[in-house]
Each structure stands twice: as C-alpha cells, then as structure tokens.
Design a protein around this ligand. Sequence first.
Ligand SMILES: [Zn+2]
Length: 257
Amino acid sequence: MPKLVGIRGSSGSCVSMGLLACKLGNGESIRFLDDVWVGDMMLRVLYPRVYALSLKKNGAVSEMGHRIGGKWEWNFEFRRGFFYWELDQYHEFQCLIQFVLSKEEPDIIFWKGDTMGMFSVKGLCCALEDKWYCEAGWVVSKVIRKLVPAKVTTFMWQLQQSRVATKANLLEKQIILPDGGVCGLCVDGIETTYHLFLHCKEVWATWCSVVQREGLCWVITQTVSNLLLEWGELRIISDWVMWDMIPYALVWTITIW
Ligand SMILES: [Zn+2]
C-alpha cells in the first residue's frame, strides 16, 4: 500500500469525500478530529459536542496523549465540563478510542478511490465525476459514460438545464434575430429548448418512430429530464444498452440537422 501523506495537504476534498483513509502508526501525520482514522467518519462529524468543546481542534493524534511506561494514555483538554445532555456523546467517544493504540511506525494514508489502493488520476476523475453527477442531481449510468462521448453527455446535461443556444435563449439575452426566433425546422413556433429537441413536429416524429418500433404508444414528455426518466421505464424489446443510448444519439443528431 502506498504512503500518500504528501498529497493530503492539497487534497482536503479527498478526505471529506472519503477517498483517503488512515492507518494509525505513531499518530504524527494524522489529524485527530479531521482525518478518518478510527471508525468510518471524522471524529468532529461523529461527535460534534466533543469537537465544539475541544481546546485542541487541529492537533495530530500524537498530540492528544502520551506514552507512560510503554502504555498510551489519552489526555484531552476541553474548555468546560460536559453537560448532562452531552455526556452520552462523550462516553461514546471515549469508548470508540479507548482500545486504539499508537505504534512506533509512521502513519499510512490509503487511497480509497480504487480497489487496489493505488492513487491514479483516472481514479480521482472517476470519483469526482460520480460526486459531481450526484450533486447535480443527474445520474448517468457507468455503461453510458463509457459508450457515449463526454461532450454528448455534457450536452444532454445542458439540455436538461436549458443552457443551450436556442433562438429563444438568445432572444432572452437581447440578441436580435432576423427571423424573430422561429424554429428553423418547422417554421411554426418559437425555437425553445424543449421545442427544438422534443416537440417540434419534425423532431417529435423521429422520437415517435423510435418508440413505435418497440410496439409502444407514447406521449412525449414536457422536459428532457422527464424524457430520460421515462425512457428507462419503457418496456422495450431492443437491447437495453442500445436503448439507453438512443436519446443521446438523437439529441446530438438534432444539433447538426
Ligand atoms: Zn419546430
């Protein structure tokens, strides 16, 4: 397992994302409250009252006690005693760490981004991508991410947010269009995001023909987000992977019509 102490200073987010884990050695490189070294959470998150009252919030594990006769003893300092309602948390905290023993060898920090424990830029990118998709409320399966180019999945995300340069969006930015923003495909209605990619009669016919090939009757959704949600629920006879790729292929094709 690699020793990765050197990368921690610039990777606080990796710690908070749970991508780094610590194996306690002498405790000199591991922050007592801010690293995940006992249990599976930072102690300051697990025991907020202990953190709030601690007088040493940034100390290393080795600074929180001392060795007496070869035996490790904790020595905490708090700005006041614990109130009755805080005692349960304090006792739980004491139980958790009472059997932890520091050793002579250096601490080790593990990379948890892949199963081998080896740090790689690819592993970091995958982990960050997972987090970003999750926070954005946008879930793209790993299969799709492997098969569909990133520029297409990103474009789909932009479509869901209506952050694409449709004529309606340009008009909103006070850009003057000679045709007044009318859809270039059907010449019937303003070219909004959902019109251009879903409801325009030229585009709608294409969506419908794809669905009808599966023997289904279908009403197109109002938004791209709903379309993607509903798409996965349709009972189709084609291959699932191919089916899931169709919306990406179709919207990308529409951009070059
Ligand atoms: Zn149209």
